[in-house]
Design a protein around this ligand. Structure first.
Ligand SMILES: Cc1cc2nc3c(=O)[nH]c(=O)nc-3n(C[C@H](O)[C@H](O)[C@H](O)COP(=O)(O)O)c2cc1C
Length: 376
């Protein structure tokens, strides 16, 4: 029997009518995205991921996005030291859910494109068209050294990624037994079957922040992640509009997403107290400083006040937008992001599975009443 068509439109909409897509980001890693020492921090284990995905699927969330991380960051907790490989993780979750889109986060320079294309098609068949690809080019030198792969200079990373995704898209198309001769890849007689589930191809996203990274995303992807301004919604709206306009100029439609770091409790005081407890009092500062050093941000080269501000930003959600408050506040902030033109938000929580039920019970119905989400 022929599989039902999974059009680009269906895939971009994550197979539902929710105006504001809500997903979870980073649960495949120990500690998730909170650089904290609190004992309830996220394990990142498979049973916990499976429990979380089933919960998210039942609540009608739209997607799960993992982090492609190969080496932990050390510190007192070895932050993100234990991570589940993302395509394998996605395959397991897709087999166990009905509605969620699940991404794999794939380092283009580390995965042979013929293998990656087939792994992703396999996941896409398991999920009947619900697999998505987050392309990353990598930035962490230590990870590349571990593979014995030389990190290219920044611009070349994206040139290589262009050839990589070109080959993969050709493998996923009707092309058969083709050759590819690029500046980096030279391949003969390429074929790959089966094709993605139901025709079309997996949703592709990228989160490049540099001009060359953003241009790559706009040229190749269906979804683009950008950083929301912490201080100005108008600034966020401007960033979204610019990205969408650039895509439109190339005749492309683009979903634009951002990352939100949620602390939601019955009262704003409880939320602020927990935020302070987990991220200020019990932050794993040694890990934070290690991450910043990898990005060449140190107390020596950064003014003290600025350095402390960056440290605090990294402790909670690695630069994502912190949203701390009661359900009314959290829902209002998410609604504002939708008003700024965003298609969706990828959320992280200190302990995803413990905190998600409250968010689903209290925040999602508020978003439904604002017509931002369909009834579950
Ligand atoms: C939502 C999101 C997810 C990302 N996931 C990863 C990841 O899993 N692994 C990784 O090495 N980089 C990841 N990145 C980093 C980006 O792919 C990108 O390299 C970074 O934003 C810097 O942009 P640039 O490459 O244009 O300099 C992520 C960034 C964001 C915002």
């Amino acid at each position: 029997m022929l599989a039902p068509a999974r059009s680009r439109f269906d895939r971009m909409n994550m197979h539902n009518a929710n105006k504001l897509k809500i997903g979870l980001f980073g649960s495949n890693c120990s500690s998730g995205r909170a650089v904290t020492m609190v004992p309830e921090r996220w394990s990142g284990s498979w049973p916990d991921n499976l429990k979380l995905a089933k919960m998210a699927d039942a609540a009608g969330l739209d997607f799960m996005l993992p982090i492609g991380r190969w080496k932990g960051y050390g510190g007192d907790t070895d932050y993100q030291g234990a991570t589940l490989e993302t395509i394998t993780w996605a395959s397991g979750l897709l087999a166990s859910t009905q509605r969620l889109t699940v991404f794999g986060t794939v380092h283009a320079p580390l995965f042979n494109p013929v293998i990656a294309a087939k792994e992703m098609v396999t996941a896409d068949h398991i999920g009947e068209g619900r697999f998505g690809l987050n392309i990353v080019v990598g930035w962490n030198e230590g990870e590349f050294e571990m593979f014995g792969v030389k990190q290219r200079d920044h611009e070349q990373r994206y040139e290589y990624a262009q050839e990589w995704i070109d080959v993969i898209k050709m493998i996923w198309s009707d092309k058969e037994d083709f050759d590819f001769d690029g500046n980096y890849l030279h391949m003969r007689g390429i074929r790959g079957k089966p094709k993605p589930y139901g025709g079309g191809r997996p949703l592709i996203m990228n989160a490049g922040a540099s001009p060359v990274g953003q241009a790559f995303a706009i040229r190749n992807c269906d979804a683009f992640f950008l950083q929301a301004s912490r201080t100005s919604l108008a600034e966020t709206a401007q960033r979204v509009a610019t990205a969408k306009e650039q895509a439109k100029q190339q005749g492309r439609e683009l979903g634009v997403y951002t990352v939100g770091v949620i602390t939601c409790r019955p009262t704003s005081k409880q939320a602020e107290d927990y935020f302070h407890y987990s991220i200020v009092e019990h932050a794993d500062w040694a890990a934070v400083d290690g991450i910043l050093a990898l990005k060449n941000i140190t107390a020596q080269n950064t003014p003290a006040a600025k350095f402390q501000e960056i440290r605090e930003g990294y402790a909670q959600g690695m630069g994502g937008l912190p949203i701390v408050g009661d359900p009314d506040h959290v829902a209002a902030q998410l609604a504002d992001l939708s008003k700024a033109g965003l298609t969706g938000v990828a959320l992280s929580l200190v302990n995803y599975a413990d905190e998600l039920p409250f968010v689903c019970d209290e925040v999602l119905p508020r978003l439904q009443r604002m017509d931002l989400r369909a009834a579950n």
